[in-house]
Design a protein around this ligand. Structure first.
Ligand code: NDP
Ligand code: 8X3
Length: 251
């Protein structure tokens, strides 16, 4: 039987590329996001290849998260694979200049949102003693860069939560792991710089960044390993990147 995958943040970037690849590989899909027109377009397009159900909720809305996941029709209610991908950076400022609304957004979405979705999905996994959770962390969860403060903090939290989930869900045979990308060209920087396209494009200028398809490919690899293989943690960067602040523009 085809496995069912729930992907948060499926309307753009890494989540969307993952949805496209997983549809081509005949996984049943539960695709989540807030932009309804994009969810409708994905339903229309990927529905030609596999079974697709869309859920519109904001991961910050605790009640909305639980209601959405409880509303899943029976053919989508058994989530075999959860991909906690929804997230963004908001702003790039020193700590003294930081905007408290940006801080709230990053901690509420990247950390608490991931927890709410997990809490809504995990009980059925523990009851079945089966499941696989992949959290999308970041190189920002492994190191801290100038002005990265709270975004890095949110991704360090994802790193710790992933390790905690792995420990706590081990008795149930549930696989847990993180995929931690470096620079991937998506809408990420547009969101970080609040729609400033020039600033966003500048982040990826002069070197070849990762494409969201590269990360989708890796997520697909992770979930298609035999059951006894759990890829617990994985960092992937563009070849040009050595760390959050070192990017070789001479390649
Ligand atoms: P995008 O901005 O392209 O996609 C972000 C996705 O998250 C969108 O589908 C968006 O959907 C969803 N999302 C954002 N906020 C919310 C919310 N409050 N509720 C529900 N969904 C939300 O960025 P990426 O694809 O790059 O980012 C995906 C993940 O990858 C994030 O966790 C990010 O931190 C991580 N990452 C990205 C890197 C990069 O360089 N791009 C590198 C390392 C990690 P919608 O707006 O429709 O709700
Ligand atoms: C996204 C990568 O370096 O822009 O998590 O923080 S970075």
């Amino acid at each position: 039987m085809n496995k069912t995958v729930l992907i948060t943040g499926a309307t753009s970037g890494i989540g969307k590329s993952t949805a496209i690849l997983f549809a081509a590989n005949k996984f049943n899909l539960v695709l989540c996001g807030r932009r309804q027109e994009r969810l409708d377009a994905l339903q229309q397009e990927l529905g030609k290849e596999t079974k697709v159900h869309t859920l519109n909720f904001d991961v910050r809305d605790k009640v909305g998260v639980f209601a959405a996941i409880q509303s899943l029709p029976s053919d989508f209610a058994t989530i075999d694979i959860l991909i906690n991908n929804a997230g963004n950076a908001h702003g790039l400022d020193t700590i003294d200049d930081g905007n408290t609304e940006d801080w709230d957004a990053m901690l509420d979405i990247n950390v608490k949102g991931l927890l709410y979705v997990s809490k809504a999905v995990i009980p059925k996994m523990t009851a079945r003693k089966s499941g696989h959770i992949i959290n999308i962390g970041s190189t920002a969860g492994k190191e801290v860069y100038p002005k990265g403060n709270v975004y890095c903090g949110s991704k360090h939290a994802v790193d710790a939560i992933t390790k905690g989930m792995l420990i706590d869900l081990n008795p149930y045979g549930i696989r847990v792991g993180a995929v931690n990308p470096g620079l991937v060209e998506t809408e990420f920087s547009k969101v970080r710089f609040k729609g400033d396209e020039d600033k966003a494009e500048n982040v990826y200028k002069g070197f070849q960044p990762l494409k969201p398809e590269d990360i989708a490919d890796i997520i697909h690899f992770v979930v298609t390993r035999p059951y006894h293989v759990n890829i617990a943690d994985l960092i992937v960067m563009p070849t040009a990147q050595a760390s959050s602040t070192i990017v070789n523009k001479n390649l």
